[in-house]
Ligand binder design. Structure first.
Ligand code: HMG
Ligand code: MG
Length: 285
């Protein structure tokens, strides 16, 4: 088995973790959580989403959260699915943005009310404006292994979206098992093929843990040469348009797993424990 010296863990809990919570988590509680996570030593944290506040009310305070993160002096990522979102993010001083497009047509339409083709065209505009502002661009591809509406997702469907992101200059591409149905064999094969087809692209693994396979999927992706993973504190969250899916792999477990195998993450486990405990208290309010 292959064990890299270092793996980057990108904490997505304040965004992916909280976006799915029915009861609004007070902005002050989100700030405390972000501060605790920042203390744990992450290089980057995904903290906000400039989506329509009526569609995802939990992320309505994105601008205030972004201002807070900027004042903390941390590197953070915010979701910007369209130009309107990007303009809001630029006004709030966001340094790293993320667009998201589904590999499956039905999911994409339910998630952002656009066909994949329309979303890709919108991404082209978002990339152009983001580059003018020298922002780091992350492209998410969702439902890369299967889709709750369409079933099996083929490699070619994933490749279509990845190709567009690569052609327009994405700085990294996060490959989402949005509904948490992937298995290690599929993960290994899909990431190996992606690395072969796009040898200069930085890929990230983003595994939801619906079936409890997120951790073995991370190990399988590492074998295919992936060294960046998204995870969510306390395993919170999910996507409101991915029915039945649970949260991401829990950050504290991913870090423990990697560190016990001498794969460095540079994340402080005590601080993570504290953040995970706090995260569980704020979602119960
Ligand atoms: P739409 O209704 O099609 O938007 O929503 P529109 O362009 O037709 O505009 C309608 C109105 O919304 C207009 O206002 C726009 O200005 C306004 P009006 O003129 O009627 O007054 N509007 C906005 N307002 C605020 N912020 C915006 C914005 N855009 C338009 N950004 C839209 C399209 C994409 C906005 C909507 O469908 C949406 O917000 N979807 C969000 C879906 C979402 O957040 N999903 C979860 C995140 S993805 C995920 O979790 C997967 C991931 O974790 C990876 C994985 O697991 O695979 C990333
Ligand atoms: Mg997700």
């Amino acid at each position: 088995m292959y064990f890299p010296k270092h793996v980057e863990i990108i904490e997505v809990g304040p965004r992916d973790g909280l976006q799915n919570e029915e009861t609004f988590v007070p902005t002050e509680s989100k700030k405390v959580l972000i501060e605790k996570l920042a203390l744990a030593g992450f290089n980057r944290i995904e903290t906000a989403s400039f989506v329509h506040p009526k569609v995802v009310p939990q992320m309505a305070d994105a601008a205030e959260i972004a201002t807070f993160c900027r004042e903390l002096g941390m590197k953070f990522i915010a979701l910007t699915p369209n130009v309107k979102a990007l303009q809001r993010a630029i006004d709030a001083g966001v340094p790293q943005i993320a667009v998201f497009v589904g590999a499956s047509e039905t999911f994409n339409e339910k998630n952002v009310n656009r066909t994949i083709e329309q979303s890709l065209a919108e991404c082209t505009e978002v990339f152009q404006l983001a580059k003018k502002h020298h922002l780091f661009i992350r492209g998410y591809v969702s439902m890369c292994f299967s889709c709750p509406y369409e079933g099996e997702v083929l490699y070619e469907q994933v490749k279509r979206v990845v190709s567009h992101f690569v052609a327009h200059g994405a700085d990294e591409i996060s490959i989402g098992d949005t509904n948490g149905q992937a298995n290690p064999k599929l993960v290994y094969e899909r990431f190996s093929q992606l690395k072969k087809d796009f040898p200069h692209t930085q890929f990230v693994g983003h595994f939801h843990d619906t079936n409890g396979f997120a951790y073995v999927n991370i190990l399988a992706a590492i074998q295919a040469g992936i060294e960046k993973f998204d995870s969510s504190i306390a395993g919170l969250g999910g996507c409101p348009f991915s029915p039945g899916a649970t949260g991401n792999a829990a950050t504290e477990k991913v870090v423990q797993l990697l560190e016990e195998m001498n794969v460095e993450t540079n994340i402080k486990q005590d601080a993570l424990k504290e953040a995970a405990h706090f995260a569980n208290t704020i979602i119960k309010n």
